[in-house]
Design a protein around this ligand. Structure first.
Ligand code: ANZ
Length: 803
C-alpha cells in the first residue's frame, strides 16, 4: 500500500467537490435546512493566519455532519472588504484599494480552498461589490425614512493618525482600535443611527435565543440599562433647576454636594453669577484634553472646582449644598449632573476625601471602615426621615413615589449604549446615499439611482481638513436635489466597516438577487441562521449592530424572524508558541500554508480541533501538529486491517457504539478535542485487535470525516465502499449496545470468593452454575459437597452454600 500523501489526496478531492458542487445548497422544501455561519474575513494583505481555520473548521465539522444527517446545509463564505487597512495600504503603495482588495481576496480564497472547507462558493459575496452595497445603501435610506438616521453636530472620538471619527466601540482604553493612537475629541457633523431606540429589545429578546451566557452578559452590560430617577434640585441664587440622574434616589438624604460635568450648559448660562469663573474656564480647558475613558476611571485622582456664587437646595431635606465642577461626571450620560452621596458611592467617596466634604451615611453600617457602603443588600435606611428602617429596594421604590407625587422629578431608565456614529471621512467605504439642498435640506437619493457608486479617483488620501476625499471630486459632489431638481451636493462621508457585515447573512440566502436584499422565498426558507460562531471581540460591535439592523428589517416586514441568529458561540484565540498573541513583529506567526505544505490540510484541521477546549485560548505547538499527522497516518494504514464483514466485530461492537454516541454529541457541543481523543482510542483498539470488518471501518471513516474530510473520502474509495463518503448517512448507535453484554461474574462459596467466570449479563441460573463448575478452583471447592442453597443475581454475582 502506498504511503499517505496528503497533498495529492487533498487536491484530488477538492477538485471533485468543486466539480460536483457537492456543498451547493438550493431551496428544497423536502429537506430541512440548516444554516451554519462563520464571520467572513477581512481580506488583509497578510493573508490567512492560523486563527481563521479554528472557527471555520468547527462549523465545517457541524455542517458536514448535518449533511450526512440529511439536512440541506447552507455554509457560505464571503469578504468583508471595505475598511481602513486596505485604504492605508493603497495610499502607501499607490495602488487603488479595489485592486488591493481583489488581490487579497484571490489569495484568501486560494488559502481557504486549500483547507477543504465545505463552503458553497456559488454564494460568495463581497461587501465592496456595487451590487452588494446597493443594498447597504438601500437599508440606510429605509433607516432615514423611519427617523432612525439623523445628522448631528457632536463631539466625536477622532483618531489623529487615521484622520477618522470612531465609534465608542472602536476606542479601546482611550486608543484607536486600529492603530493605537490616543483618541481626541472633535466636533463634527455626523450621520448617526438610533440604535438606542432598540436598546430594550436588544436586551429583552436575548431570552429567545441560544447564545453562550458570556455573550449575553457582555451585550447586556454594554447596553447598560439602569433604572433610577431624574430629580430636580432648585438653585438658590437664581430661578433655575438642576436635574440629576440617580440610580439611588433612596440615598438623597445623604447628599452632601452636587457635581456637574465641565461641559454643563449652566456654567455658561450663569457665568455672571459665578465668582470664580476663571477657575472654571481653566478647568474646562484641562478636561478637554482627557478621553471619557480616562475621566471615568475609578482610581484616578479626583479634581474639581467648587462654584462660588451658586448653590443648590436638596428638594427633600431642604438643605443648601455646594455645586462642584468635576470631570468624573460625563456630559454624555444621564443629565451631566449628579447628586453626590459619598457614604454610598465610591467615586463620590474618593472625591469627598480629597476635598474634605462631609460624609453622611444613610444606611446603617457595623462600623465606619465599611464606608463607602455600596452593597445595596446591606443595612437599613437611617438619617432619612420617612425612609428610615426600609431596606434599599423598598426605600428606592418609596423615594421615587414621593418624588413623582411632589413633582420633584420622575422615574427614568438610562442606557450606556449610545447612538451609532455612522460617518467616516474616508474613501474606501459605501457612499452614504444622501443629498443636501440649500432649500430642502437632507434627502435620500431616489432608490432607482442605487447604487451610488464610489467614483474612480486618483487620490484617496484623507484631506487635511478632515473631510472625506470624496469632497474634492466635483463630479461626484455636484448633483441635483431629489425634491426640487435644483443644484445640490452629495454627502461625501462613507459608511463604517460595520455596515456591510450588519446584514451579510441575509445576502447569502439569495446572493444574486437584483430586486431585493433576498427573495421572500429564500428568506422564509433559510431564516434564521441556525448557528453563528465568531470572536468574542465582536460581541459588542458587529453582533449588536447586526441584531439592530435585523430588528429594523423585521419591523419593516422584510425579514421573517425577530432575531437573525438562533445560536451564537465563540472560539478562543490561538497564541504563538511563546504564549503571546501572534504578530509579525514578534515573529511568532504560523502560516497555515506552511502547515498544509508540510503536513496536509487534514492535519491542520485535526490539530486545530484537537488543540484544546474550543471556547478557550490555546497555544500553538508544532509538536502537537506532528502528533496529529502521525494519528492520520495510522488511520491511513488501518486499510490493511480491513477484512470482509458487514457487521461490527464482536470485540469492537461496544466501543463503536460508544464512540458514535460520544463523537455525535461532542461535535454538537464544541468538544472537538474529546471527540478526536475518543476516535484515537478506538483506532488503537482496532489496531491492537489486528483486524476489522468493513462495517467497522466504514463507521470509523464517517465519524472522522467532518474533521479530516480528504483522507476519509480517499480511504472510502480505496476500501471500495459504495459511492462517495459525502453521499452516505451518519451512523446511529444502539442504546443497548453501549455496555458490554458479558461480564466477569464473581462466584462465592459459603461467603468466600472462589473465582470469577465470564458470563452473559442475562444468563439463566442453570447456565451460571454450569459455567461456575467449569472453573477448576470452583469445581474443587464444590467437589463432593451437597449444594444447599443458591443465590444468583444476574449480571452481578453467584452465591453457593454447601453443606
Ligand atoms: C447618587 C448615588 C448614590 C449614585 C449611590 C450611585 C450610588 P449607572 O448604574 O451606571 O447608571 N451618574 C449619573 N450620571 C452620571 C454622569 N453623567 N457621569 C458620571 N456619573 C454619573 O450609574 C448611575 C449613577 O452614576 C448615578 O446614581 C450617579 O450616581 C452616577 F449610593 O446618584 B448615583
Amino acid at each position: 500500500m502506498p504511503e499517505y500523501n496528503p497533498n495529492a489526496i487533498e487536491k484530488k478531492w477538492q477538485k471533485i467537490w468543486d466539480e460536483n458542487k457537492t456543498f451547493h445548497s438550493e431551496i428544497d422544501h423536502d429537506k430541512e435546512k440548516y444554516y451554519a455561519l462563520v464571520e467572513f474575513p477581512y481580506p488583509s494583505g497578510q493573508g490567512l493566519h492560523v486563527g481563521h481555520p479554528r472557527p471555520y473548521t468547527a462549523l465545517d465539522v457541524v455542517s458536514r455532519k448535518r449533511r450526512l444527517e440529511g439536512y440541506n446545509v447552507l455554509y457560505p463564505m464571503g469578504w468583508d472588504a471595505f475598511g481602513l487597512p486596505t485604504e492605508n495600504y493603497a495610499i502607501k503603495n499607490k495602488i487603488h484599494p479595489s485592486k488591493v482588495t481583489e488581490d487579497n481576496i484571490k489569495n484568501f480564497k486560494g488559502q481557504l480552498k486549500s483547507i477543504g472547507f465545505s463552503f458553497d462558493w456559488d454564494r460568495e459575496i463581497n461587501t465592496t461589490n456595487p451590487e452588494y452595497y446597493k443594498w447597504s445603501q438601500w437599508i440606510f435610506i429605509q433607516l432615514y425614512k423611519h427617523g432612525l438616521a439623523y445628522k448631528n453636530e457632536m463631539s466625536v472620538n477622532w483618531c489623529p493618525s487615521c484622520q477618522v471619527g470612531l465609534a465608542n466601540e472602536e476606542v479601546v482604553d482611550g486608543k484607536c482600535e486600529r492603530c493605537g493612537t490616543e483618541v481626541v475629541h472633535k466636533m463634527k457633523n455626523q450621520w448617526m443611527l438610533k440604535i438606542t431606540e432598540y436598546a430594550d429589545r436588544l436586551i429583552d429578546d436575548l431570552d429567545e435565543v441560544d447564545f453562550e451566557d458570556r455573550i449575553k452578559a457582555q451585550q447586556i452590560n454594554w447596553i447598560g440599562r439602569s433604572n433610577g430617577a431624574n430629580v430636580n434640585f432648585n438653585l438658590k441664587e437664581v430661578d433655575e433647576k438642576l436635574t440629576v440622574y440617580t440610580t439611588r434616589p433612596d440615598t438623597i438624604f445623604g447628599v452632601t454636594y452636587m457635581v456637574i460635568s465641565p461641559e454643563h450648559p449652566i456654567l455658561e448660562d450663569y457665568k455672571e453669577k459665578i465668582q470664580n469663573y476663571q477657575d472654571v474656564l481653566s478647568y474646562q480647558e484641562e478636561a478637554r484634553k482627557k478621553s471619557d475613558f480616562e475621566r471615568a476611571e475609578l482610581n484616578k485622582d479626583k479634581t474639581g472646582v467648587m462654584l462660588d456664587g451658586i448653590s443648590a437646595i436638596n428638594p427633600l431635606s431642604g438643605k443648601e449644598i455646594p455645586i462642584w465642577v468635576s470631570d468624573y461626571v460625563l456630559m454624555s450620560y444621564g443629565t451631566g449632573a449628579i447628586m453626590a452621596v459619598p457614604a454610598h458611592d465610591s467615586r463620590d467617596y474618593e472625591f469627598a476625601k480629597t476635598f474634605d466634604m462631609p460624609i453622611i451615611p444613610v444606611y446603617e453600617t457595623a462600623n465606619k471602615e465599611e464606608l463607602p457602603l455600596t452593597d445595596i443588600n446591606k443595612g437599613n435606611s437611617i438619617n432619612s426621615e420617612f425612609l428610615n428602617g426600609l431596606n434599599a429596594t423598598d426605600a428606592k421604590k418609596k423615594s421615587i413615589e414621593y418624588i413623582e407625587e411632589n413633582n420633584l422629578g420622575e422615574a427614568t431608565t438610562n442606557f450606556k449604549l449610545r447612538d451609532w456614529v455612522f460617518s467616516r471621512q474616508r474613501y474606501w467605504g459605501e457612499p452614504i446615499p444622501m443629498v443636501y439642498c440649500e432649500e430642502h435640506g437632507w434627502n435620500p437619493v431616489d432608490e432607482s439611482e442605487l447604487p451610488i457608486m464610489l467614483p474612480e479617483v486618483d487620490t484617496y488620501e484623507p484631506t487635511a481638513t478632515g473631510e472625506s476625499p470624496l469632497s474634492e471630486i466635483k463630479d461626484f459632489v455636484n448633483t441635483t436635489c431629489p425634491v426640487c431638481g435644483g443644484p445640490a451636493k452629495r454627502e461625501t462621508d462613507t459608511m463604517p466597516q460595520w455596515a456591510g457585515s450588519s446584514w451579510y447573512y441575509l445576502r447569502y440566502m439569495d446572493p444574486h438577487n437584483d430586486k431585493a436584499i433576498a427573495s421572500d422565498q429564500a428568506l422564509n426558507y433559510y431564516s434564521p441562521v441556525d448557528w453563528y460562531n465568531g470572536g468574542m471581540e465582536h460581541t459588542t460591535l458587529h453582533l449588536l449592530y447586526s441584531r439592530f439592523w435585523h430588528k429594523f428589517l423585521y419591523d419593516l416586514g422584510v425579514v421573517p424572524t425577530k432575531e437573525p441568529y438562533q445560536k451564537r458561540t465563540s472560539h478562543g484565540m490561538i497564541l504563538g508558541e511563546d504564549h503571546q498573541k501572534m504578530s509579525k513583529s514578534r515573529g511568532n506567526v504560523v502560516n497555515p500554508d506552511d502547515i498544509i505544505r508540510d503536513y496536509g490540510a487534514d492535519t491542520l484541521r485535526t490539530y486545530e480541533m484537537f488543540i484544546g477546549d474550543f471556547g478557550s485560548t490555546a497555544i500553538w505547538s508544532d509538536e502537537g501538529v506532528r502528533g496529529c499527522r502521525k494519528y492520520l497516518e495510522r488511520v491511513y494504514n488501518m486499510l490493511d486491517l480491513v477484512e470482509d464483514g458487514e457487521e461490527y466485530s464482536k470485540d469492537l461492537e461496544v466501543s463503536i457504539h460508544q464512540t458514535i454516541k460520544k463523537v455525535s454529541e461532542d461535535y454538537e457541543n464544541l468538544k472537538f478535542n474529546t471527540a478526536i481523543a475518543s476516535l484515537m482510542s478506538l483506532s488503537n483498539e482496532m489496531r491492537s485487535i489486528g483486524k476489522i470488518t468493513k462495517a467497522d471501518f466504514r463507521t470509523y471513516l464517517i465519524l472522522l470525516n467532518p474533521v479530516a474530510p480528504h483522507l476519509t473520502e480517499e480511504l472510502w474509495e480505496l476500501a471500495g465502499f459504495d459511492g462517495m463518503l459525502n453521499q452516505t448517512t451518519w451512523p446511529s448507535y444502539d442504546e443497548k449496545k453501549l455496555v458490554l453484554d458479558e461480564f466477569e461474574m464473581p462466584v462465592q462459596i459459603n461467603g468466600k470468593m472462589r473465582g470469577k467466570v465470564l458470563m452473559d449479563m442475562e444468563a439463566s441460573e442453570e447456565d451460571a452454575i454450569s459455567a461456575a463448575k467449569s472453573d477448576s478452583n470452583i469445581f474443587n471447592h464444590l467437589d463432593g459437597k451437597e449444594i444447599r442453597k443458591i443465590i444468583y443475581v444476574p449480571g452481578k454475582i453467584l452465591n453457593i452454600v454447601v453443606g
